[in-house]
Design a protein around this ligand. Structure first.
Ligand SMILES: CC(=O)c1csc(NC(=O)C2C[NH2+]C2)n1
Length: 130
């Protein structure tokens, strides 16, 4: 009903504010767009569930997320995929792993400090009721 729609609208506003901050951080540039098969041909043979910040924004707008936990699952895919695809002890791989770890810590810190527990609980209850 209307209260639920108001809650889900507020969720989308919160998730867009988080996603925008991540997309504007130049450390996370490599994570803003899907990996291009032409430029990185073996990427999709290694990474089974690709994810990126633009795709997450599309999912927000398509109302694919009913809880913060679902959004966080996708952001966790981004940095976990980067650690998986860049295991080498060379400067490029080390730099992108460092940025993946920064992405993980940044998104979890934003959510810890800015998300109210009962707001997420309310979203989870809406999800269960659907
Ligand atoms: C998004 C992401 O994790 C990504 C894009 S290119 C890349 N890695 C490389 O191009 C090679 C350097 N060692 C592998 N990782």
């Amino acid at each position: 009903e209307q209260q639920e729609e108001d809650t889900l609208r507020e969720l989308r506003l919160f998730l867009r504010s988080v996603n925008d901050r991540l997309m504007q951080d130049r450390r996370f540039k490599a994570f803003t767009k899907p990996v291009d098969k032409e430029q990185v041909p073996d990427y999709h043979s290694v990474v089974k569930q690709p994810m990126d910040l633009s795709t997450a924004l599309s999912k927000i707008d398509q109302q694919k997320y009913t809880t913060v936990r679902e959004y966080l699952h996708d952001i966790d895919l981004i940095w976990k995929n980067a650690l998986e695809y860049n295991p080498e002890d060379d400067p490029y791989d080390r730099q992108i792993r460092h940025r993946a770890c920064a992405l993980k810590d940044t998104v979890h810190a934003i959510i810890k400090y800015e998300l109210e527990k009962d707001f997420e609980r309310t979203c989870e209850q809406i999800k269960e009721a659907r």
